[in-house]
Design a protein around this ligand. Structure first.
Ligand code: ZN
Length: 182
């Protein structure tokens, strides 16, 4: 018998789950979108949840690695208090010009998660407000859903017409759940 594989959602952090307020160095600046908790409670009935976030503020010296980890830990704990399990938060601390191996749209963290958690790539999604999230999905063989929160509106013209675009995380999750329940 084949091992069960888990479909998953790879969620962007800033501009997708929480408001994009620039480089966040302490939990006091974290503001969740009002729809985030309900959307993820529904989503986790069918999907394992992961966060992948690019945090170039670390490379630029604006946020320390410790501060960024503290913010991520806080976010994960708020979700846990609401009964939402984020399996792992993956963070690239580099800037674009560092040409690192882990910054989205590179699939480094997705590959790690797929291997470690035995994920079902074919039935997994990436949700985010930046074209790199859509490109990550494409590179990883998943479907990307683009949301118009955060920087979504600003960069919309950079994404292909065929990409699914939703108003926010709740609409993105609704769309996905409709498809998996068919
Ligand atoms: Zn990196």
């Amino acid at each position: 018998m084949a091992l069960q594989k888990y479909p998953s959602l790879f969620l962007d952090r800033d501009g997708t789950l929480i408001k994009d307020v620039g480089y966040i160095s302490n939990p006091g600046r974290v503001v969740f979108y009002t729809c985030t908790f309900d959307a993820l409670k529904e989503a986790q009935q069918f999907f394992r949840l992961f966060i992948i976030t690019n945090q170039p503020g670390i490379a630029k010296g604006i946020v320390t690695l410790d501060e960024a980890i503290t913010v991520n830990t806080y976010i994960q704990s708020v979700f846990a208090d609401k009964g939402i399990t984020i399996e792992s938060i993956y963070m690239c601390p580099h800037a674009k010009e560092d040409k690192c191996h882990c910054r989205k749209p590179k699939t480094y963290f997705v590959d790690q998660a797929v291997a470690y958690y035995n994920l079902d790539v074919q039935h997994s999604f990436v949700i985010g407000d930046h074209p790199s999230d859509i490109l990550l999905a494409k590179n990883a063989g998943m479907q990307g859903i683009y949301v118009l929160t955060g920087h979504g509106k600003k960069h919309k013209k950079e994404i292909d017409n065929c990409v699914i675009v939703k108003k926010n995380l709740q609409y993105a999750v609704d769309y996905i759940l409709k498809r998996v329940q068919l």
